[in-house]
Design a protein around this ligand. Structure first.
Ligand SMILES: *Cc1c(COP(=O)(O)O)cnc(C)c1O
Length: 369
């Protein structure tokens, strides 16, 4: 089976460096907020061209703490695209704000600025823009809308470490940006991890307090914080991986290019990269109205694709009280029926890409298309 993701090859390539880093932490006996976290925060922020980085427990906490740092009132609304991983919206709700869903662009799968504008009410205070599958959202327009309506802007960069618009990496277009280092992300740790980036000193201070029981000085608690820290072992591993991620992203782009060429002439819609954007292909996601049949056919023929995501968020039971119903966000609803992500990781061999493409071609040949 050609899997959607395989981490073993990458591990074997960096095994020595990685194990050395982990051992270094183990032997240091400094396990919480030590020098590895501090160094990684600085290195990752610098790599993104952003001033401050605050390591947290995971990507969900990164978003939750970012929203909490805005100090919104419970009735305040935060606009989130409905076609994304649950945490983009769940974290907003956990932070105590009201989630309002918007539709996405059918080509880039990211927040549609027109739908965003329509969703704005006098209670709207913030927007979460998600750079889904590794392609940046339309930040020029989204940031302009946020400026015009005085809304805070948070970027969900969990799937987009290293993605760019022009020469600028994502993560510096809004007030704060949030990353996940879950092992399957294109920059992934060896367990859970996350970070918030910001250029604003005030948010840097707030997130640092929020992640550590609400205190600046130990045992003096100014606000209600939580316990959500990036741990030393994760930070040490991520420092190793950060040195390789540019090269891995370049390899992902080459895999995507090969898929694109191999799938030419088939009826599937392949992902596109907007002009001037740098897609990092966290996922390579195609579209076809025959998705469910193709999915079964591929599984029966040695390929393990995945469906991200089969149910958009405004139709999830957990958001049943959001006031949305079927038919409200037509692009999201169509995507949930048509998207399918193909095996994608930097080490995916050219023959494997060809095998996947040939299975897809076989399916449509059998159908006479
Ligand atoms: C993975 C992911 C998250 C959550 O990150 P965790 O580290 O798993 O909590 C949030 N948003 C998006 C778009 C993600 O893909």
């Amino acid at each position: 089976m050609i899997p959607i993701l395989e981490l073993r090859t990458q591990y074997s390539q960096i095994q020595e460096e990685l194990e050395e880093a982990v051992l270094r932490v183990l032997r240091s006996t400094s396990y919480i907020l030590g020098s590895e976290v501090k160094s990684f925060e600085e290195e990752f922020a610098a790599w993104n061209g952003v001033k401050y980085g605050i390591g947290v427990g995971n990507g969900t906490d990164a978003i939750q703490l970012a929203v909490r740092a805005l100090e919104l009132a419970p009735e305040d609304e935060v606009i989130v695209p409905s076609f994304t991983f649950v945490a983009s919206a769940g974290a907003v709700a956990l932070a105590g704000s009201k989630v309002v869903f918007a539709d996405v662009d059918p080509v880039t799968f990211t927040l549609d600025p027109d739908s965003l504008e329509k969703a704005i009410t006098p209670r709207t205070k913030a927007v979460v823009a998600v750079h889904l599958y590794g392609h940046a959202a339309d930040m020029d327009r989204i940031a302009a809308i946020c400026r015009e309506h005085k809304l805070f802007l948070i970027e969900d960069c969990a799937q987009a470490s290293g993605a760019q618009i022009g020469e600028k990496k994502v993560g510096g277009f809004g007030d704060m940006s949030c990353y996940s280092f879950f092992p399957s992300k294109n920059l992934g740790g060896i367990g859970d991890g996350g970070i918030v980036l910001t250029n604003n000193e005030k948010y840097d201070e707030s997130i640092r307090m929020l992640r550590g029981h609400g205190s600046k000085v130990r045992y003096y608690h100014e606000i209600l914080g939580t316990n959500s820290r990036l741990d030393e072992i994760q930070a040490a591993a991520l420092r190793v991986k950060l040195k390789h991620v540019d090269e891995w992203n370049t390899k992902r782009r080459a895999v995507a290019q090969a898929y694109g060429e191999a799938l030419k002439g088939t009826p599937v819609t392949i992902p596109t990269e907007r002009e001037g954007f740098r897609h990092v292909f966290h996922q390579y996601t195609i579209r076809t109205p025959k998705r469910d049949q193709l999915f079964e056919y591929m599984r029966a023929n040695g390929v393990g694709p995945a469906i991200y995501y089969p149910v958009c968020l405004h139709l999830q039971k957990t958001f049943a009280n959001s006031g949305f119903k079927k038919g409200d966000l037509p692009v999201c609803e169509q995507l949930q029926e048509e998207v399918m992500s193909l095996p994608m990781f930097p080490e995916l061999a050219h023959e494997q890409v060809m095998t996947v493409a040939n299975v897809i071609k076989g399916f449509f040949n059998e159908k006479g298309e």
